[in-house]
Design a protein around this ligand. Structure first.
Ligand code: SAM
Length: 280
């Protein structure tokens, strides 16, 4: 199929992938009739508008609380055969994961952590899901990539539906949508209210990672994080020694685009501090 595929071809391709995807979520080691493996998906079949309105009422599925979520579907390789329960919970989240590059590079660095990408755009989420399915099937022997998964979700609305208080160790915001116009600033992924939600799901000592090529957005995120009482900035020395900073600088698709254009990358990392003691 040529690179200029039409809408019918894209739909056909995605329908075929869809049928495999729903089957695969339920089994540990899926078999493909011919090779026993899946090819990596092709981005051209998952085209979607660059932006999705975080305030519109998408038909999003979300659990009423974290315990109602069927996490086993997302991480079948981490099911304990004796108890039939997951051996671990998600501890690392990539918010607005886009095409999933960060998840894939974090996977081998944190083999015991469950890592989740949350992405609002449906076709982009499907692409990442298919990418993970393919990587898992191509690495059956080593069981690699069993610790990463993705779900479609709006992080601005439903984060506490997915994560318990203090569950996460790290949250990444890599090249978030800049929403340049002032009247759109409320759609930015870092605001006072949202920071309180991020502080809720992060454990004490947990880290918020931010990176962007837009100076105005960087300054916005720093300002809001500085003003929030539950976050303290980590210095450049810390950044230079942290392996996640290195990974997020180069792993994501957006970061690679910036690299090709020789653009700047602004980084700010914050530690979630302890709740203040209230003296009555
Ligand atoms: C500019 S892209 C960056 C993607 C990726 N982090 C990277 O660096 O390549 C921002 C992504 O965030 C997603 N996004 C925006 N708002 C979101 C929200 N409220 N919840 C989840 N994802 C969101 C967008 O759909 C888009 O894929």
């Amino acid at each position: 199929m040529g690179s200029n595929c039409n809408a019918t071809q894209r739909k056909q391709y995605r329908d075929e992938r869809d049928s495999k995807r729903s089957a695969l979520k339920h089994v540990q080691f899926p078999e493909n009739e011919k090779t026993g493996q899946f090819d990596l998906p092709k981005k051209k079949f998952y085209r979607q508008r660059a932006h999705s309105n975080p305030f519109s009422d998408h038909k999003l599925e979300y659990p009423s609380c974290p315990n109602d979520m069927d996490w086993k579907k997302l991480y079948p390789g981490f099911i304990d055969p004796e108890t039939n329960e997951l051996t671990s919970k998600v501890t690392i989240a990539d918010i607005g994961c886009g095409f999933g590059g960060l998840l894939i590079d974090l996977s081998p660095e944190f083999p015991q952590n469950l890592i989740l990408g949350m992405e609002i755009r449906v076709q982009v989420t499907n692409y990442v899901e298919d990418r993970i399915i393919a990587l898992r099937s191509q690495n059956k022997d080593t069981k690699a990539y069993q610790n990463i998964s993705v779900l479609r979700g709006n992080a601005m609305k439903f984060l506490p539906n997915f994560f318990e208080k203090s569950q996460l160790e790290k949250i990444f915001f890599c090249f978030p949508d800049p929403h340049f116009k002032q009247r759109k600033h409320k759609a930015r992924i870092v605001t006072n209210t949202l920071l309180s939600e991020y502080a809720y799901v992060l454990k004490e000592g947990g880290i918020v990672y931010t990176i962007t090529d837009v100076l105005d957005l960087h300054e916005w995120m720093v300002k809001h994080l500085e003003e929030h009482p539950l976050f303290e900035r980590l210095d450049k020395e810390w950044e230079s020694q942290d392996k996640c900073v290195q990974i997020m600088t180069n792993a994501t698709e957006e970061g690679q685009k910036v690299e090709r254009k020789k653009g700047a990358k602004y980084i700010a990392c914050y530690r979630r501090v302890s709740n203040p003691v209230i003296i009555v």
